[in-house]
Structure formats: structure tokens, C-alpha cells
Design a binder for this molecule. Sequence first.
Ligand SMILES: [Zn+2]
Ligand SMILES: [Zn+2]
Length: 112
Amino acid sequence: MRCVKCRSNAGYNRAVIDVLSGTTIGGLCVNCEREEFGRSFQYTQGRADRKCQLCDRDGHVALPQYVSRLESRNGDAVVRSSLEDDESAPCLCDEHFHEVLAADPPAPSVER
Ligand SMILES: [Zn+2]
Ligand SMILES: [Zn+2]
């Protein structure tokens, strides 16, 4: 999955999901999350009313985090990464989401 901001591999950090359609737009890598939001998302729960984390407008995208869990299968320990519950994911309105996309990428873009 590609990061919606820097277009590099987003890894298992966060997914970016369109709230209305439920489709996955892309991911948000650790670096871009740090740059845009610092650590704030790590200590926040999504708002119950699904409003933007930064203002009072309706959430446009949800940013659920990947959580890894140890599961045991046939006696073997397996690590599984899955998205956290959508309900507890922070949301952004379209304006703030576009602000994130419009900000300068952390490294010069190679693809053009
Ligand atoms: Zn990124
Ligand atoms: Zn907002």
C-alpha cells in the first residue's frame, strides 16, 4: 500500500479510508504521520461523533491503525497485522485531509 502523501510504501502503519464509501484510498506512513501530527494520534481515540480530529467538521477519511497481534495456530505463534476497529480510528475532514496532501513531501519526489 502506498502512502497518500509521499507515495512511498506505507508499510503497516495506518490506512486511509473514505468514510462514506468505505473504500481504502491508501496508507499513511510513519514518517508522514509524525511530520503532520507528531505523536498526537497515538494518544487519541477517534471521536464518537466521527468528526474531524482537528476541527468540528464531519470526518471525510478515517485513519485506522494497524495493530499486530500474536495468535497461536496449531501451537505456533503467528503475528497478524490487522486494522484496528474503525470506530476508534481518528478522522479528518476533507479540508484537513487535503492540507495533509498538499504539504511538502519530506523527500524530493522521484516519480514524475
Ligand atoms: Zn508517507
Ligand atoms: Zn478538519
